[in-house]
Write a protein that binds this ligand. Structure first.
Ligand SMILES: *Cc1c(COP(=O)(O)O)cnc(C)c1O
Length: 469
């Protein structure tokens, strides 16, 4: 050691690598003592090794060797990042209600409590308490879903992509599925209808054109290999102008006359009537079934407002085939999600969804209440904040271009400064995400839990102060 130190002092210019301490020496630096309660020695040593490797790489590029103090700081910094969960709560001030990148639907208090209760201990997940023997996890959701939608049978899996994949695999593998060209779409996040069909082992037969598909297009495509007609709700875009698509009822009549089934991928699967809130009509699963769909698939965490899940409703014999398929086990729903979905569905059955399910509470929040909160935020901040009219978006691929009138807090300024304020907001604790539109950063109270109002105002004050420097 003495020799090492001696070398460092006498010949730093020739041998800058020698200026770097050993892993052990860095790991036992007194400045790293605060880590002792949080991380075992081998984790601290690993962090020290990583920091030293980077320092060596920097020295190799001709930069000066960092001091031991700087290295210790770097280890502390890295430890902070590594030891804290990377997934954490964020305040969504974007005004996009079902925001896929921000975790989609927030859950109701009851759904959270139900999730926590089954996560904490044991449950009757697959145990029939009456008979004292093995039961099925599916019973907790099936009758509730059937009661709410009038479906004969129901099955719930991991997400809607899995629901569609399972339906196509179980019913159409090795056969043809007819889809309108205007519906062979990409939903986002890698979910493309043609890819899912290929994965299921079914063959895609595209009919019609991007903007116009007629009943005769489906008719002409049906052959001995056809298993199903698939309708996909084109949820994240809209084709306007010279368009034609075939109503589900007509697709179902044709399919049934030829002994085929109609599978309807609804995407959002909204149980309530969206037109009550000034939004366009969003097809509901119960409407699809009424129009003749044999199976309807939709997400649990979009407009339903529950946990991630994929719900399949429809004909009992078909749902049974899905349930018995080996893929069903691979995409099954876990107990915490079953608990949360059950609690969410109970809100609908009790007629309290608008008050209890956060997604619907946000959609239904009166404009005057949003405005009152935006004004309160603006008062707390002073200039340059002002209140402006805008629109909140439903998101989650549902109701594209649709919005609910809202009031936002707008912080106007030049582009680079706004980008910096937005960055500071995202990097704060808690992180706040807004949106920049033209000349202003906009923060929409509609998607912010009122309990987070104070935290949001504090975060914005801090971000404005930091960005001003
Ligand atoms: C969102 C969506 C999906 C995928 O659902 P996940 O629950 O995200 O797997 C599939 N189809 C349509 C039409 C959708 O909108």
């Amino acid at each position: 050691m003495a020799c090492y130190n001696g070398l460092r002092r006498t010949m730093p210019a020739e041998s800058p690598f020698r200026a770097l301490p050993s892993v052990d020496r860095l790991a036992s630096d007194p400045r790293l003592r605060p880590l002792r309660g949080d991380a075992p020695p081998q984790v601290v040593a690993q962090l020290a090794r990583e920091v030293l490797a980077e320092a060596r790489a920097a020295v190799a590029q001709g930069r000066p060797a960092p001091s031991q103090e700087q290295l210790a700081e770097a280890v502390l910094h890295r430890a902070q990042a590594v030891l804290r969960p990377s997934l954490r709560p964020v305040i969504n001030a974007t005004g996009v209600i079902v925001h896929t990148n921000l975790g989609r639907a927030p859950l109701s208090e009851e759904a959270i409590a139900a999730m926590e209760a089954v996560a904490r201990g044991y449950s009757n997940l697959e145990f029939d308490l009456e008979a004292g023997e093995r039961g099925s996890r599916h019973v907790h959701l099936e009758s509730l879903l059937c009661r709410l939608t009038g479906a004969e049978a129901a099955l719930v899996v991991n997400n809607n992509a899995a629901a569609v994949l399972l339906a196509l695999t179980a019913l159409c593998q090795g056969r043809e599925v007819v889809v309108s060209r205007g519906q062979a779409v990409e939903i986002g996040g890698g979910f493309r209808i043609p890819d899912i069909l290929r994965q299921s082992g079914a063959r895609l037969v595209e009919v019609g054109t991007t903007n116009r598909t007629y009943l005769r297009d489906y008719e002409e495509a049906i052959g001995p290999e056809t298993a199903a007609l698939l309708r996909v709700h084109t949820s994240n875009f809209r084709i306007v102008g010279f368009t034609h698509s075939v109503p589900l009822r007509e697709m179902a009549e044709l399919a049934h006359a030829r002994g085929l089934v109609v599978i309807d991928d609804l995407g959002s699967g909204c149980l309530l009537d969206t037109t009550r809130f000034g939004l366009a009509y969003e097809p509901r699963p119960q409407d699809s079934l009424g129009e003749g769909a044999d199976l309807v698939c939709f997400s649990g965490d979009k407009l339903l407002g529950g946990p991630q899940a994929g719900i399949v409703l429809g004909r009992r014999d078909l749902v049974e085939r899905l349930r018995r398929h080996p893929l069903a086990r691979a995409v099954r729903l876990d107990k915490a999600s079953i608990a949360a979905l059950q609690a969410t569905l109970l809100h609908y059955l009790r007629g309290e969804a608008l008050e209890k399910v956060p997604v619907w509470r946000m959609i239904a929040m009166p404009l005057r209440e949003v405005e009152r909160r935006a004004r309160r935020w603006a008062r707390a901040l002073g200039s340059p904040a002002q209140v402006r009219p805008s629109r909140s978006m439903v998101g989650g691929g549902s109701l594209p271009e649709e919005g609910v009138p809202t009031r936002v807090l707008a912080v106007a300024g030049d582009g680079a400064w706004l980008v910096e304020v937005a960055r500071r907001l995202r990097l704060g604790e808690p992180p706040v995400v807004g949106r920049i539109e033209a000349d202003a950063l906009l923060l929409d109270p509609r998607t912010v839990d009122p309990r987070d109002d104070a935290a949001l105002v504090a975060a914005l004050k801090a971000a404005l102060a930091a960005a001003a420097v």
